[in-house]
Write a protein that binds this ligand. Structure first.
Ligand code: GDP
Ligand code: MN
Length: 379
């Protein structure tokens, strides 16, 4: 779950990381009142979960109430890369001497946490990684060891931050690591981390992604309630489906998250691109398939649907019956390709067999099914 900047800052503040005080507002009047309280100059910041807000005109300095009113009314309702701004964050403007970059994320292949620190912050780290990779100091942290102050100090030195920033940066990095681990984040990024003219180090932006699986340990309801979802994702959320909207043309239904991810890969391998991730989970009742198929088929991007089922505890014939019942109740615009394997696959295929036609095909393997689905999507 990705947080908005203002929520990320709240999250950071819980772990004692210095951020500017401010207020999240949904109206122009609210923004001006908040700015009067915070004290000018303020920054008016569009709250959307997409980078490069500054360049898109979503971040403006205001020296007085008139300027604040003008910027807030321009920014609220603004479209930034397909995201409509519904909230602005008003904070006291900071003076900036230097901008750095700091983040922690999980390096799954190394089975360690990866910390990245750079004296070249304020720009997208992907750009630094391409144009000046040596400017990013990386460390891999064994979760058993954690991040000690000494290691943080060496790391700051390796990143060649201004010596005036050393103490503040070490302090923040240790706290950020603590927030990332104990707060159950998958990503905690500060860009820019700034050094001020009075030699304070301070987080000016916050990008935090939380591990949904750890939600039971935390009070995340507020974050959950404000998640940005497109129409498809909202419908899937209400239907209690594990769904992620993507931009391709092959709709995907699989049972199990691992299989759903492999299905995305195999569609790509077959030269196509997936329109979504959808894990229907265990069980196979027709209702679930109706919901899943309806959401996918209503997506204007979708040109074909690939149902990839590997029977386990849920047996093949149960799944086949569920699919047949669902198809009896809804009329789909896109053709379907099914791959059914695993427990009682033969029984399942026998159930599907009499229903096959040009809009409902079956393929023996995952790759073959992907090829058919991709070719149907490009017709
Ligand atoms: P992003 O563009 O979405 O990453 O938004 P950021 O919050 O990182 O802001 C982008 C840029 O706006 C920063 O790199 C700063 O240069 C500038 N900026 C943001 N807040 C302030 C502030 O309080 N004072 C000043 N002077 N510049 C700011
Ligand atoms: Mn930023």
């Amino acid at each position: 779950m990705d947080l908005f900047e203002y929520q990320g800052k709240q999250f950071f503040a819980n772990y004692d990381i210095p951020v500017s005080a401010g207020s999240a507002e949904t109206t122009v009047d609210g923004a001006v009142t908040a700015a009067d309280k915070v004290g000018y100059p303020v920054v008016v910041k569009a709250q959307v979960q997409v980078g490069g807000r500054g360049k898109a005109g979503g971040i403006k300095l205001a020296n007085n109430a008139d300027e604040c009113r003008e910027h807030a009314s321009n920014i609220l309702g603004m479209d930034i890369k397909g995201h409509t701004v519904e909230v602005v964050w008003i904070e006291r403007a900071s003076d900036i001497s230097e901008e750095y970059y700091a983040s922690f994320t999980l390096d799954r292949s190394a089975k360690k946490h990866l910390g990245m620190l750079s004296a070249e912050g304020g720009v997208e780290i992907e750009v630094v990684a391409v144009e000046n990779p040596d400017a990013i100091a990386k460390i891999w942290i064994d979760p058993v060891d954690g991040l000690t102050e000494q290691v943080a100090r060496d790391w700051v030195a390796a990143a060649k931050l201004n010596p005036l920033a050393t103490e503040g940066a070490v302090d923040i990095l240790v706290k950020l690591y603590n927030a990332y681990v104990n707060g159950d984040a998958d990503l905690a990024e500060i860009n820019p981390l700034i050094l001020t003219p009075t030699n304070k180090v301070h987080a000016l932006d916050a990008k935090v992604s939380l591990d949904n699986n750890a939600g039971f340990r935390h009070e995340w309801d507020e974050y959950e309630a404000t998640q940005e979802r497109d129409d498809r994702e909202q419908q899937a959320f209400e239907a209690d489906l594990q769904y992620v909207g993507l931009e391709g043309s092959v709709g995907i239904i699989a049972n199990g998250a691992g299989l759903a991810m492999s299905t995305l890969d195999v569609v790509n391998q077959a030269g196509g691109s997936p329109a979504n991730f959808l894990d229907v989970g265990g069980g196979a009742d027709a209702k679930k398939f109706i919901k899943a198929l309806t959401i996918i088929d209503n997506d204007p991007r979708v040109r074909s649907i690939f149902i990839n089922i590997f029977g386990g505890i849920t047996r093949g014939e149960e799944v086949a019956n569920g699919i047949v019942a669902a198809l009896g109740e809804i009329d789909l615009k896109s053709p379907i390709v099914i791959r059914l394997d695993g427990t009682n696959a033969d029984e399942g295929r026998a159930i599907l067999e009499p229903h096959l036609n040009e809009k409902l095909q079956m393929a023996p393997t995952m790759l073959e099914a992907a090829r058919v689905a991709v070719s149907l999507a490009s017709n």
